[in-house]
Design a protein around this ligand. Structure first.
Ligand SMILES: CSC[C@@H](O)[C@@H](O)C(=O)COP(=O)(O)O
Ligand SMILES: [Zn+2]
Length: 207
């Protein structure tokens, strides 16, 4: 199996799992996986598709600027530039973007603070943090409609090979060195968002 076919399968597997969770409402979400380093190229989801469906036109190959490699009628994701920042600035191998109600509500609740920090949760170990008092902070940026502006803002927080950034009232992008790590960061973040919202609502009922 070629490297491209292998990576395609890896991304298709993740897409299938996330689709089953309803993490692609209304055609939202986009996924990317690196194919080459020099020069950088990666597979990205085609724009505007129903990501719960599986077809052989789900992904297309783009270059380090997010432009399609070779002739294709497919359009790269509208948010390809965000994945471009991740692959150009770090050694990440995979980047995942989803819109969920939980990540949108958290981004709105904490948007004015500019970030949300989690601590004292076992699942923080999914971020590779093993200390008892470890903290994980997820930045929250403004949802600029102009994608190059959004990407420039987003890039300011892309420093590590694995991470997560919330875009206010839009969604989350999580990335990692490989598909497993990106999925782990995404799932840990969504777990923490859901836990936090549930806790807040119970506290509200109890006071
Ligand atoms: C219908 S969701 C809005 C989109 O602009 C976007 O935020 C999104 O996540 C999906 O866009 P896409 O171009 O299909 O990758
Ligand atoms: Zn989006």
């Amino acid at each position: 199996m070629s490297l491209m076919a292998k990576r395609w399968e890896e991304l298709a597997d993740i897409k299938r799992v996330l689709a089953r969770r309803d993490w692609f409402p209304g055609t939202s979400g986009n996924l990317a996986i690196k194919i080459d380093d020099e020069p950088i190229s990666f597979l990205v989801t085609a724009s505007g598709k129903d990501k719960t469906k599986e077809t052989n036109e789900d992904f297309l190959l783009v270059d380090s600027k997010g432009q399609p490699v070779g002739e294709t009628h497919l359009k790269p994701s509208a948010e390809t530039l965000l994945h471009v920042e991740i692959f150009n600035k770090t050694n990440a191998g995979c980047s995942l973007h989803v819109h969920t109600v939980d990540n949108n509500v958290i981004s709105e609740l904490y948007g004015d603070k500019g970030s949300i920090t989690f601590k004292g949760q076992e699942i923080i170990k999914a971020y590779g943090l093993w200390d008892e008092d470890a903290e994980f902070t997820i930045p929250i940026i403004y949802n600029h409609a102009h994608i190059p502006t959004l990407a420039a803002d987003f890039a300011k927080f892309v420093k590590e090979d694995a991470g997560a950034i919330l875009i206010r009232n839009h969604g989350i992008t999580a990335w990692g060195r490989d598909a497993l790590e990106a999925k782990k960061y995404l799932e840990a973040s969504e777990f923490l968002f859901s836990y936090h919202l549930k806790l807040l609502s119970f506290k509200h009922v109890m006071v």
